[in-house]
Design a protein around this ligand. Structure first.
Ligand SMILES: [Cu+2]
Length: 103
């Protein structure tokens, strides 16, 4: 009889925990490609790019962010606003990605 309310409380707490904790979303850069090309995030989440190429890249969305990701290294940005953000690499404009930030 006392089990059900406890389960409900636990479920409620875990939902709150999910909403409050920010996630890190990883994007791998390999052979001049963002993988995955499209990621979804929530405000407060971190986007982390890992560059596996032998050349430097950037993740650039004019007016929003401009992250340099050196060869073999990583770079990150925290998304603050909801919306859809297309980005590319300043050195290789054919490289394209998008971050969909929900609420
Ligand atoms: Cu590049």
């Amino acid at each position: 009889m006392s089990v059900l309310p406890r389960l409900c409380l636990a479920a409620g707490l875990s939902l709150m925990g999910t909403a409050a904790s920010a996630a890190t979303i990883e994007v791998t850069i390999e052979q001049l490609t963002f993988k995955p090309a499209v990621v979804t995030a929530r405000p407060g989440d971190t986007i982390l790019w890992r560059n596996k190429d032998v050349m430097d890249h950037t993740a650039t969305s004019k007016g929003n962010f401009d992250v340099v990701i050196p060869s073999g290294k990583s770079g990150s940005t925290v998304v603050k606003n909801s919306g859809s953000f297309d980005y590319d690499c300043r050195y290789h404009p054919n490289m394209k990605g998008r971050i969909e930030v929900g609420r």
